[in-house]
Design a protein. Sequence first.
Length: 184
Amino acid sequence: MAVKIKVKGIQPVKEFSPMVEGRKMATIFGCKIYNSDELVEIRQEYLSIANDPDLEMALAKLSKLEAEGDRTTPDFYDERGSLRVLVDNKSESQSKALLDFYKKQIVYVKQAALEIETEEGLAKDIRVSDTKSATPIESLWSSPEECLAVLLDTYFGVPAIKDSLFKDIIDTVLNIHTDAKVGN
């Protein structure tokens, strides 16, 4: 049986706030960080999702067909339609798998500020100081885990926030810096 030694009092989490329109949000996301042994495995998991050879092949076939295909035959349009459907399906599956990967990396959300619209059409502000200790809110969530899931769906549903979250999560989880510049 292998024994793991961990430094006491250190959370394997890095906190960050996404950037939206050049400003840092007040909301804080706690993202998993991995030790060097785990990092190899998590990188492979990410790459297996991000690099789909079937999708790449379908895109290449579609591109080749568009460039070299005979547009005077009905076969061209049938094959192009089939390839487009295949590409769309593979892209959608890949996007969902990547989103699930990103969501799985977030452990908690702090200082979330949301607005909900009631059935009567009234706007109501909600603040969640920490999803780890979130109290149930009827019709929204009944546990801290559900609160985290709802908040992640909400934040990832906003394109400007989603793009920033993707970048921050990749930088943190895969231990790379996408904006880093190489200098002498």
